[in-house]
Design a protein around this ligand. Structure first.
Ligand code: ZN
Length: 219
């Protein structure tokens, strides 16, 4: 597992398992926030990152519930029993009460009641603002770290040679909506965008790229 500091307050931990899977550790006044948990086998590497930063984990924020983002919850919480938050609309899918759009079967990805509805306070304590960006999944959110100018985009995009690229079509519920949600980069104008699946390259000047991205993505 590879850990890279991507801005003053944010570290990105990634693993290669045929694709890159990443999570982020965000440092704030009250300690650390884990954004996404990755797959279960990343838990040891993520813990190592907490130890190196030498601050307590306070909360887990999810961009969405897919298994490559929520798969580490149980192992991480066995050592750090912190609250877990996801956008309210995402929770019925995570708890296996509804199949994700386009899937035939519901899948239980978290014990019912474990994941709490995300509120502004939980994100703000980490220095983040949650922005609802549906499309890849119904309750997908991106997290904006205003002070560092970094958008933690989850699966809102992938990255290709430093440029915005569509989320993976096979796992995206509504591509048109996902591309529209990507307009968040034109509104917020982050300095950098970091995605879950896409090497360790950060996307700079995303605002300038958005128009061309949207045109190419809907073709
Ligand atoms: Zn996903």
């Amino acid at each position: 597992m590879k850990t890279v500091q991507i801005s003053e307050h944010i570290w990105k931990c990634s693993i290669w398992v045929g694709i890159t899977v990443s999570v982020w550790v965000v440092q704030s006044e009250d300690g650390l926030t884990l954004v996404d948990t990755g797959i279960s086998l990343m838990a040891g590497g993520i813990e190592k990152c907490f130890r190196q930063l030498n601050a307590p984990l306070q909360r887990i924020l999810l961009t969405h519930g897919h298994s490559d983002h929520s798969g580490g919850i149980v192992r991480i919480r066995s050592k750090f029993p912190v609250p877990v938050y996801a956008q309210a609309e995402e929770i019925p899918y995570m708890e296996g009460r509804l199949p994700y759009p386009g899937r035939s079967k519901a899948e239980k990805l978290a014990e019912p009641g474990l994941v709490q509805p995300l509120d502004d306070r939980a994100a703000a304590a980490a220095g983040l603002r949650a922005v609802h960006t549906p499309g890849h999944s119904p309750g997908h959110v991106a997290y904006y770290h205003e002070q560092d100018g970094v958008l933690l985009a989850g699966d809102l995009f992938t990255e290709k040679r430093g440029r915005l690229n569509r989320p993976m079509p096979m796992f995206t519920a509504d591509m048109k909506q996902a591309v529209e949600s990507g307009a968040v980069v034109a509104q917020l104008n982050p300095r950098l965008v970091s995605v879950c699946h896409g090497g360790n390259v950060l996307i700079s000047s995303p605002q300038e790229q958005y128009k061309a991205y949207a045109l190419a993505a809907i073709k």
